[in-house]
Design a protein around this ligand. Structure first.
Ligand code: ADP
Ligand code: NA
Length: 340
């Protein structure tokens, strides 16, 4: 049987960290006492998380001529750079100010991430208008047309979407949600997605709604009827809603959820950046371990999801214990040691 492999069509950035005493205010010029450039971008982070988790990720991204070092550095983290095109637009950037008290403020510049060179190449081919893979993982740091292209052309593929940062209300309204097998969102994104789809209603309506209520309302929409929803809850762990199980399990039709607490940390929280990307990469690899065409309710049962989520919260917990983003994503061997 062929192996599972995950196509990741996503962003890759030059993350520029400026360490400052206080975050710059309007009109102010400040100087930073420390500076670092690192590989970033949710696409690259999550693809690297899949490889650290022991899986195969085929990453498709674009950098500029100024980003050759980004491409090279990505390979040092175990990513195959065959799918990283060098184009004429400048490399995407995140300009990150980190204050001495640990606050941050971030400006994203999409740059080459918004170029559609990959789609131009793929659509020009006679066959295979999208690379073959058993799984496809998408975020929202590339052009929406690139995301829609992938969703339209991926064949016989399990699709995982982490809509981060959340698309605009208009994009959300027109999005082909029915194609998404697994939606991975954090609490804020869950609330914002609900509001984008249903409006704010009376002011403050959603602020009093529980995560479960928000997710159940989303899932009740026909576009989400077969979408599995994984909602990460930061220090509170994770909440999962799997329609296949719930339709079968609950007699009265009321939705039931799987909920797991966050991992017990060794030491304290050092840096939560990358925790969500770490979680997502580990989750995709967890699905892939069940086989290239594993389906929920068949090869993947409820206890399998619980096992996968346990590994994900452990991996993400180790990620927040350490400084850094990609650097702080643990390997599967490190996670196994902690869980044994
Ligand atoms: P994002 O980083 O995308 O906003 P979350 O904040 O929900 O996502 O974090 C993703 C996962 O990381 C959580 O499900 C949890 O397992 C882990 N995590 C995040 N913050 C903490 C924390 N303070 N303690 C333990 N685990 C955490
Ligand atoms: Na970290």
């Amino acid at each position: 049987m062929a192996n599972s492999r995950c196509a990741v069509r996503g962003s890759i950035n030059n993350d520029e960290y400026f360490y400052v005493r206080d975050i710059a205010r309007p009109g102010e010029t400040i100087s930073s006492h420390h500076y670092e450039s690192r590989v970033g971008g949710k696409g690259a982070n999550q693809a690297i998380a899949i490889t650290k988790a022991g899986g195969i990720a085929d990453f498709y991204g674009t950098v500029g001529h100024d980003g050759l070092w980004v491409k090279k550095r990505a390979t040092e983290f175990g990513l195959d750079d065959a799918g990283i095109i060098v184009g004429d637009d400048p490399t995407g950037r995140a300009l990150i100010q980190v204050s001495d008290t640990g606050e941050n403020s971030i400006i994203l510049f999409p740059g080459a991430n918004h170029s559609r060179l990959h789609e131009k190449t793929w659509s020009g081919r006679a066959e295979h208008s999208f690379p073959n893979s058993s799984h496809l993982l998408l975020q929202n740091e590339i052009h929406m047309d690139s995301t829609l292209y992938a969703l339209k052309n991926a064949q016989n593929t399990t699709i995982i979407f982490n809509p981060s940062p959340l698309p605009s209300t208009k994009e959300i309204a027109g999005f082909p949600w029915h194609k998404v097998d697994w939606l991975i969102v954090n609490e804020g994104e869950t609330r914002d997605l609900y509001e984008a789809l249903f409006g704010h209603g009376n002011s403050g309506t959603t602020s009093t709604m529980s995560n479960r209520k928000l997710i159940a309302s989303l899932s009740a929409q026909s576009a989400f009827a077969s979408t599995n929803i994984i909602c990460t809850l930061g220090k509170d762990g994770v909440l999962a809603f799997i329609p296949t199980f719930h339709r079968r399990n609950t007699m009265d039709g009321s939705p039931s959820f799987l909920q797991l607490p966050a991992a017990k940390l060794q030491g304290h929280v050092r840096d939560t950046t990358g925790a969500g990307d770490c979680f997502t990469g580990y989750f995709v690899q967890g699905l892939m371990e069940h086989g290239p065409h594993a389906k929920v309710g068949r090869e993947i049962q409820e206890h399998d999801i619980v096992c996968i989520l346990k590994i994900c919260v452990q991996a993400a917990g180790m990620c927040v214990e350490r400084e850094g983003t990609i650097d702080s994503i643990p390997t599967r061997a490190e996670v196994d040691v902690r869980m044994s």
